[in-house]
Design a binder for this molecule. Sequence first.
Ligand SMILES: CC(C)(COP(=O)(O)OP(=O)(O)OC[C@H]1O[C@@H](n2cnc3c(N)ncnc32)[C@H](O)[C@@H]1OP(=O)(O)O)[C@@H](O)C(=O)NCCC(=O)NCCS
Length: 428
Amino acid sequence: MAETHDARSKEVGTSLIISSSSDITARLHVSAAMQQGLYPGAKARDATGGLHPLPKAQASDLCLTIPTQEELEAVHKLSFAQWGDSLTLPQYLEESVHLTGVPLAKDDGMVSWILTDRNQLPDQRPILGSCETFRKRAFVINEQGQMSENIIYGIASVFVNPSHRSQGYGSRLMHELARVIPEWHVGSLRSIGSILYSDIGKNYYEKHGWRTFPVNNHIEFDPMHGPIPLHARQIQAEDLPQLCQDDEAMARKMMASSPPGKSRIMIVPDVDHMLWHTSKEEFACQKIFGRVPQAKGAIAGDKGCRIWAIWVHRYYRHPESSSVDNTLYILRFVIENQTPTPEQLQSQIQYAKAILQAAQAEAVDWQLQCIKLWHPTSLVQRVVERSGLDYRRVEREEDSIASLRWFGEGGAEKEDLEWVACEKYAWV
Ligand SMILES: CC(C)(COP(=O)(O)OP(=O)(O)OC[C@H]1O[C@@H](n2cnc3c(N)ncnc32)[C@H](O)[C@@H]1OP(=O)(O)O)[C@@H](O)C(=O)NCCC(=O)NCCS
């Protein structure tokens, strides 16, 4: 991705100039900065364990840059307590490498960043904050009904070393992201926004310009043993590319024909997104159970009238622990026929019921405590309500709060943007 490379060479380039002079230059810089009162006296560790004066979060020398392997490992060691889930530390480090090879991450699709002092040497500079960005394709339709395909960046794993928190580094990291992301275009595709899912409520990212999406809801089902649902067939890994291609074609058509007067965005529910989730799932399941789930979802009905769900198994804790939140997430729920006749609606209800029962049985088989389906459309809600299955409706207030920073048409102040299909697949 050309612009990410630009961003890399820009910041890494600066560091290279410094490293080609000498350590002394960097040390002189630090001591000059200390004289100007930029460093309050606390210390930050670099990737090799060396201690550095902690720069102020407002210091003009702070920048986002690409970490070295050693720095990245230092970041992961720190964030393990937060995001290690059911894995051990060595497994978590292995997973972080594994996930760089999946399609969504390859070819600079995913980039890791650290906030550091641009004048310090790689591996010898303080790591003040870190995050990842993911390049995503997005359909956008404007108020006049003109449709375009663009790029939206997902921001993930925003992290500050626990001992450096509440000193503004997280805020500075967000400020730097807000500054650089609008410049990352890919060929003819423009970068028109960035999204993130806040697990720390609505205020923090709002404060930094990421507008909270007003609807953050899902429906939940309990795992349940039951007869094998007649209508539902298992979705296997090899079915995913074609199903996602069909879904993308439908999504494009649906967006293009949505009523004018409102701007809408949709992250393309492509197979790369699904594979990122299933790769993470398979990595964890292999470690925990020594095998991987074969069912990637369930499907019912004939072409043109199909309904399907693609799902993923997520283990926040080892299943042998007293975990209560290991979850079967429905990444994407697709109803092909969006304008059913009353008779077709009856079939859709039966199909949806069969698929959700298959999900409930899968959750039992894989020791998961809950099934979650994010942002159900009104048609999905209708078929679920009429299916007779027990479910709960949940409004999320603190975690997985979808947030968007928009710099496309209409600019940052644009308020009436609708996020279509804010489902779990886009959470990466
Ligand atoms: C969230 C995080 C990146 C903030 O970094 P930071 O450098 O401490 O942030 P800043 O100094 O810019 O801002 C601090 C303010 O952020 C807010 N904040 C920080 N953590 C918060 C949390 N878990 N919930 C709600 N608000 C939070 C508070 O308002 C805090 O102010 P306070 O110190 O007066 O209480 C850091 O706390 C972190 O790494 N947390 C663990 C990982 C995480 O949850 N990341 C976010 C995933 S969406």
